[in-house]
Design a protein around this ligand. Structure first.
Ligand code: TXD
Length: 311
């Protein structure tokens, strides 16, 4: 039997996820969106790409959740982007309501699925999905770290003129400007980054990584990045479906790891058929630990706003 993945939100990130899942022939895909016709139209268009791209998966679109029944994974990308005049808190409450409804509906029809959350503000939306679904913590995971790390890796590769595949990097913390790129643990095929670049260059690339999302928004003006975000989300989907057990930086529910309690924060996890199978606790320097604590405090601030609604 083919695997089944539901992608909630057939916008830029959601539709791109569907493209990548189909191209990799990972699973049948159901796209769900509130806008009538859009998921159906994009689904049909993608289905018709199959003969050319050489995939046999089925892609359908819907405005309700019945066709999503028994999905192995539900990826939630539904949400609003910040509009002029809208505060971060306004966006938080709007997307909270969207993710709450999407989670409720999705888990009603797929009680055994894994939830991969993409909607911003990422860490607080993971928490929402976790609380609403009442799933065990291994079954709810958020995408951010892979994207942040990919940006850092791309910039390092460009700077050094080497393959992106030779670069390993690690970014911890919440998704946002407080993310913590761990330069000490980043390098090129085992060679520490600090031996290949001077501090000023490293600092420049770290800052560019931290502002990676904003740099793209500035160009696009009406939307945010979606090619790299969808690639990152689908790497998570693939690792779970194929039980690859990749170790990836993802938002996971922490219960004391890194001194963080009851929040979703980006950390290295092992993703396999059991979802978040393991959280790796890396020994940090006091300076790194302080940065991570600051990042977790920013996550807590947002999570505390929606906390009373969910108990
Ligand atoms: O690193 C990360 N986690 C992120 C997060 C990287 C990129 C984008 N990130 C966030 O994902 C972004 O801030 C948004 O919160 C989501 C989706 O971004 P996208 O670029 O795909 O936004 P679009 O193109 O506006 O698509 C959102 C779709 C759109 O088609 C809406 O009609 C739909 O979501 N939508 C809904 N679908 C289903 N159900 C409900 N309730 C709903 N509300 C809106």
């Amino acid at each position: 039997m083919r695997k089944k993945v539901t992608v909630v939100g057939a916008g830029n990130v959601g539709a791109s996820c569907a493209v990548r899942i189909a191209d990799k022939e990972l699973a049948d895909v159901v796209l769900v969106d509130v806008v009538e016709g859009v998921p159906q139209g994009k689904g049909l268009d993608l289905l018709q790409s199959g003969p050319v791209q050489g995939y046999d998966v089925t892609i359908t679109g819907a405005n309700d959740y019945e066709p999503t029944a028994n999905s192995d994974i539900v990826v939630i990308t539904a949400g609003l982007a910040r509009k002029p005049g809208m505060s971060r808190d306004d966006l938080l409450m709007a997307n909270y309501e969207i993710v709450r409804q999407a989670t409720e509906q999705a888990v009603k029809y797929s009680p055994n699925c894994f939830l991969v959350i993409v909607t911003n503000p990422l860490d607080a939306m993971c928490w929402t999905a976790f609380k609403v679904s009442r799933f065990s913590k291994n079954r709810v995971v958020g995408m951010a770290g892979i994207l942040d790390t990919a940006r850092f890796r791309a910039f390092i590769a460009q700077e050094l003129g080497v393959s992106v595949e030779s670069i390993t990097a690690l970014v911890l913390g919440g998704h946002g400007d407080t993310m913590v790129p761990l330069v000490r643990l980043s390098g090129v095929s085992g060679i520490p980054l600090t031996e290949l670049m001077d501090q000023a260059t490293i600092d420049r690339l770290v800052t560019r990584t931290q502002n990676g999302g904003a740099e793209i928004v500035k160009y696009l003006k009406t939307g945010s990045a979606y090619y790299a975000p969808s690639a990152a989300a689908v790497e998570m989907v693939e690792s779970i479906l194929k039980d690859k057990k990749k170790v990836l930086p993802c938002a996971a529910y922490l219960e004391g790891e890194y001194g963080i309690q009851g929040l979703f924060v980006g950390v290295p996890v092992r993703l396999g058929s059991g979802g978040v199978e393991k959280i790796y606790e890396v020994k940090l320097t006091p300076e790194e630990q302080a940065k991570l604590a600051k990042s977790a405090a920013a996550v807590k601030e947002l999570t505390d706003i929606i906390g009373p609604k969910l108990g």
